[in-house]
Design a binder for this molecule. Sequence first.
Ligand code: CP
Length: 310
Amino acid sequence: MKRHLISAADLSRDDALLILDTADELAKISERSIKKLPTLRGRTVVNLFFEDSTRTRISFEAAAKRLSADVINFSAKGSSVSKGESLKDTALTLQAMGADAVVIRHGASGAPHRLAGWVRGSVVNAGDGTHEHPTQALLDAFTMRRRLGSLDGRKVTVVGDVLHSRVARSNVLLLSTLGAEVTLVAPPTLLPVNVDSWPCEISYDLDAVLPKSDVVMMLRVQRERMNAAFFPTEREYSRRYGLDRDRVAKLHDDALVMHPGPMNRGMEIAAEVADSPRSTIVEQVANGVTTRMAVLYLLLGGANLGGEDQ
Ligand code: CP
């Protein structure tokens, strides 16, 4: 594996399978009464969050702590960033504190790549602008594999605001590496201009794609990133691209419904669908901890996986 995880494209098929297999092993340990392992004792993981997060920040913290790493949580709010400190100076400060890994979420696409040039430790992208969110794609693939088995030939439909979604790009890249066939469904206004070069199909007709899907992954409509009108009304968006009970009825019996969260209930996904037995949304959050444990363990060269509990 490379030293940093900045894009899902950094992962070969063997790398991705190694992370998923390691996460499987770690999930078994997480079922024990004592969940903590000594593997990263003495190593320091810094969580550097310049943008809001619930799931990713908490799960990286839980993952590092379960591996016995020392964890430093940094959020831009309340830091010297508000006094104008640059990303580079913040990074050098963390470097001086001996960070072995820096997990970064930033509103600017490319910030983790810049950071990787300034610090000696591993950099893990926890979401950068509209670019990528590779550990989200890994936990999504882990969830699919646990429910469906191998992803080779599986049909995954990703629906909604692809234009503003780092989750969509990372999922398309990782799932194609793992042999799945991805179809993006979105209004033309919510697709990036270069989407034709992505390793996936494009459709504008959700109802036609649903019966062939093994997984339907709904994306959040990112109103906070929209500076123009991308669709006529929220009601019209829901009518064309929302997942409600009638649309779920078009899926085959074993098909999964996924959402990376946070959700706009009632807009891209009906509340009753989000809470239904075929929804994996809560499972995805739980799987985020073991998947991120696997990433930190492999990047930091942890030892004694399966060793004695602390
Ligand atoms: N899915 C995801 O990245 O959620 P958070 O923004 O809460 O971390």
